[in-house]
Design a protein around this ligand. Structure first.
Ligand code: PMP
Length: 275
């Protein structure tokens, strides 16, 4: 697959990152993941907003304008010849001898464009299992940083327990999935945790809130305890990669009727019309 590093188009398998690259040494960087549907990036503006916000939050000057980055992405997509693909972009604080203090070097920007990695569609049909786990991350989960170790550990633990996703709980309150946002339906109202510092402000989350408004579904962005999940009529997860996936059990307890919910399906269909 195709790749990009600091102005050069390369192969995504080229061994290009020096050992002193700060993403490798420290996870000192931020990233984005954008889905391309039929040659067109979905919600590119929102992804760029978040990329620049994340970079600013870690005091990283990207050294490129959003227009320049969008031009690179579109050029890579065209070169890849792929209609449905995944674009990952990473920005790090560059390449400099290892030192915790910031170096005075340009940011390093890399990207890959790979064929869309489809998830198992039976999950969409039958619903996914989730496992509740403690949210062990730092206080600034809204920044999309490269430091994903607590997310990886939670996802792996959920997987080993036979679940598709870990749903994280901080101080008795549900935050989000290890790589997704969470939504509940209760008595016709769509409920999701508010976009505080403790969750990633998902782009798919934005789309779903917009769809709910369009469909006239009442929305409440509010905190809830994990027990609330078991009382919900429907639960679903959202992310760029999985789009919208119904959840039918949590900690091996069945949610609702144990089937993907009617409203979830409706929202998913509206989402697919947008992409
Ligand atoms: N929360 C976390 C922790 C994530 O890693 C992701 C996926 N990047 C999401 C939520 C969903 O965000 P998005 O809809 O922008 O993919």
């Amino acid at each position: 697959a195709i790749g990009y590093l600091n102005g050069k188009v390369i192969s995504s398998s080229d061994p290009v990152l020096p050992i002193d690259e700060r993403g490798h040494q420290f996870g000192d960087g931020v990233y984005e993941y954008i889905r391309i549907y039929n040659g067109r990036a979905f919600m590119m503006d929102e992804h760029m907003d978040r990329f620049f916000k994340s970079a600013k939050a870690i005091k990283l000057n990207l050294g490129q304008t959003r227009e320049e980055i969008i031009t690179v992405v579109n050029d890579l997509i065209e070169r890849s010849g792929l209609a449905d693909c995944d674009v990952y972009m990473q920005a790090t604080r560059g390449i400099a001898p290892r030192n915790h203090l910031f170096p005075n070097v340009p940011a390093s920007i890399s990207m890959t464009v790979k064929p869309f990695r489809a998830m198992d569609e039976t999950l969409r049909k039958n619903g996914a299992k989730v496992k509740l786990l403690p949210d062990e991350r730092w206080q600034n989960c809204w920044i999309k940083t490269l430091n994903l170790l607590p997310n990886l550990l939670a996802k792996q633990e959920a997987f080993e327990a036979g679940a598709f996703e870990a749903v994280l709980v901080r101080d008795g309150i549900v935050t989000e999935g290890s790589s997704s946002n969470i939504f509940l339906l209760k008595d016709g109202t769509l409920i999701t945790p508010p976009a505080t510092k403790h969750i990633l402000h998902g782009i798919t989350r934005i789309a779903v809130l917009d769809i709910a408004a369009e469909l006239g579904i009442p929305v409440e962005e509010k905190e809830f305890a994990p027990e609330f999940i078991f009382e919900a009529d429907e639960v679903f997860l959202t992310s760029t990669g999985i789009e919208i996936v119904p959840v039918t059990s949590a900690d091996d307890r069945v949610i609702g009727e144990g089937n993907p919910g009617v409203m979830t399906t409706k929202i998913y269909e509206a989402f697919m019309k947008r992409v």
